[in-house]
Ligand binder design. Sequence first.
Ligand code: PMP
Length: 363
Amino acid sequence: FDNRIYNFAAGPSAVPGEVLKQAADELLNWRGLGTSVMEISHRSKEFMAVYEEALADLRTLMNIPDSYEILLLQGGGIGQNAAIPMNLMALGQNGPKADFIVTGIWSEKSLKEAEKYGVAHLAATSADLQFNTVPPRSSWQLSDDAAYVHYCDNETIGGVEFSDVPDVGNKPLVVDVSSSILSKEIDVTKGGVWFGGAQKNIGPSGVTIVIVRKDLLGHSMKITPSIWDWSKQSANQSMLNTPPTFSIYMAGLGFKWLLKKGGVKAIAKINQEKANLLYNFIDQSSLYENRIAKEYRSRMNVTFFLKDENLNAAFLAQSNAAGLVALRGHKAVGGMRASIYNAMPLEGVQALVEFMRDFERRA
Ligand code: PMP
């Protein structure tokens, strides 16, 4: 795959070259049908086979038991920020209510959206620590009457990641895995809902994965638009409206790619290695710094600052010229961010570290 840059974008982000190559090869004449996969009916037996295979592969990759439904929806994590309270908040014992653990911009957005539908209780936040950590579990003020506890496993903008699935007793956990899905092993049974878009660790944007424990279906508020009603989507194989067929096909190729790589366990090892390489380099450097509490440093989004911010423009221009692109940090945080999802090979991170070392030497 000559001429391919190393793309550190936060999402949409890099897709494995092999996946793009296969999609390109079969774009015009898919499976000998004389048409591309995007041009056929979502209800055709050919597309349904793609759909079922994608679901089965995801089930295998994440070890999802039959007691969980997998929905392939649209509207992204932002859409689910509204859908989740509409589908679950009514389970609150004294009216619609949920607890939120806020560790950054994404979990904060989830809380704000949920406020439209009921009481969104801030049970813990690290805002006073610039979202540089996860508040200790012992400090969380969980409510007895909340329907669920929401948290964001990996805050894509700040670069803060939970080190494990927290224990909140028998309340269902609702977990935003937009930027960590399939990047590490998780025990799905520890949560009630896992959700996130495909555009970081899987494939192109357009499809949103919602994994929901089946007993949590059927509790939606009356106002819930049909398209956001999980039980209606579940009864219609996520095809209440025309699904994003090409994105689902691409996600399916992404799942096959990951299976071939050895699955989540194998990629998690590489992801840890990539993150360690970058953090270890940053820690010993006198030019770069990372500000996240060590235990909660994201393996997916490595945020860092140049101690001399006057060098930012040169850093970005030169890294870009070296084929290491999209390193500018989110505007809310500043500095730099290297997003190193599943499709980023170890070689990409090695190239970045080499560039950073060389830049520091010249600075
Ligand atoms: N949550 C997290 C952690 C995210 O990173 C993002 C997107 N960057 C979202 C939610 C929103 O997802 P979408 O843009 O797919 O709606």
